[in-house]
Write a protein that binds this ligand. Structure first.
Ligand SMILES: NC(=O)c1ccc[n+]([C@@H]2O[C@H](COP(=O)([O-])OP(=O)(O)OC[C@H]3O[C@@H](n4cnc5c(N)ncnc54)[C@H](O)[C@@H]3O)[C@@H](O)[C@H]2O)c1
Length: 292
């Protein structure tokens, strides 16, 4: 086939995306863009929706037209996320659950489905680092990190994945990993190991669920300016760390949320089992410079 040029040829090259009718809703992509993210008529469950990356993900999905169930252990944070999504025109509900508890996971997923419909998109943001020298961690701290970072994702992906398979309508699962699981750094012992396990589980789920048209991916942020990170870092330390990042700044939560919305959408329909690194180039660079 002869290669065409201009807008009509570009449209013909990507028939899967309903570009002609799509409203360009994706944040960071203004009206008139060829590739808007359209999640209209999709139901999304965001776990850990009350935090920096979770809140931004809720807003990105809501702007893209999805109905959103905002789940968090913190009731006020879940309510606020749902409120923000509602103000953006989305159907949104808040659900309080401790997702490190298996029975809470089952209950929260059932509740979400009862209130926004069968889940098409799962975004799992829950996780928290404990920093320390590996040889100084005790077993309880090690287990607590693995429970919060990895085990809850197994429970959540299993609960949602089983429902997606049963429904036979496909789906998309996106987990928030971390560059800590890709590269080593002092004090990252259990957190990095658990995030590495999370990315491994994402790949396995992706190949197991591909025949059910369920895509499973992760996003690995570098340093993100969430309220939690801002609270624990001085301005001086942040400036010094920013200087070591090729793009010269920390990520905003929206930088990560844009990647989440992309992977959740049909624009990523041929992407599964992958980790999308969102780190301003931090892990791409060789640590030694030839310049004096
Ligand atoms: N902020 C960063 O620099 C950064 C970098 C790489 C990866 N990450 C990862 O991104 C994710 C979010 O990070 P963040 O900085 O936005 O964190 P955050 O603390 O702002 O958000 C986490 C949210 O999860 C909720 N949560 C915690 N435990 C829960 C539980 N048991 N059940 C239900 N909800 C629970 C919290 O209430 C909070 O709203 C985490 O998985 C983190 O490991 C963050």
């Amino acid at each position: 086939m002869r290669e065409g040029s201009g807008r009509s040829a570009a449209l013909a090259a990507f028939p899967v995306v309903r570009t002609a009718s799509v409203r360009a809703r994706c944040i960071g992509v203004e009206g008139g863009s060829l590739f808007g993210i359209d999640l209209a008529h999709r139901a999304a469950l965001v776990a850990g929706s009350g935090g920096g990356i979770g809140g931004a993900s809720v807003r990105a999905l809501a702007r893209s037209g999805a109905a959103v169930a905002c789940i968090d252990i913190d009731e006020r944070a879940a309510d606020e996320a749902a409120q923000q999504a509602t103000e953006l025109g989305a159907h949104a509900v808040a659900i309080v659950a401790d997702l490190s508890q298996r029975d809470h996971v089952e209950r929260a997923v059932s509740d979400a489905e009862a209130r926004i419909g069968p889940i098409d998109i799962l975004v799992d943001v829950v996780g928290e680092a404990r920093w320390g020298r590996t040889i100084e961690f005790d077993d309880e701290e090690w287990d607590a990190t693995f429970d919060l970072v990895l085990r809850h994702f197994f429970h959540l992906a299993r609960a949602v994945g089983r429902r997606m398979v049963e429904r036979d309508h496909g789906g998309s699962i996106v987990a928030i990993a971390s560059v800590s699981g890709l590269r080593s750094a002092p004090l990252h012992g259990p957190y990095g190991a658990a995030k590495a396990g999370l990315m491994s589980l994402v790949r396995t789920l992706a190949v197991e669920l591909a025949s059910n048209r369920i895509r499973v991916n992760s996003v690995a942020p570098g340093s993100v300016l969430t309220p939690r990170v801002m609270a624990m870092m001085s301005a001086e330390r942040r400036a010094a760390s920013s200087a070591a990042i090729p793009l010269g700044r920390f990520a905003e939560p929206e930088d990560v949320a844009n990647a989440v919305a992309f992977l959740a959408s049909d624009l990523a329909s041929y992407i599964t089992g992958q980790t999308l690194v969102v780190d301003g180039g931090a892990t791409a660079q060789f640590p030694l410079s030839l310049r004096a």
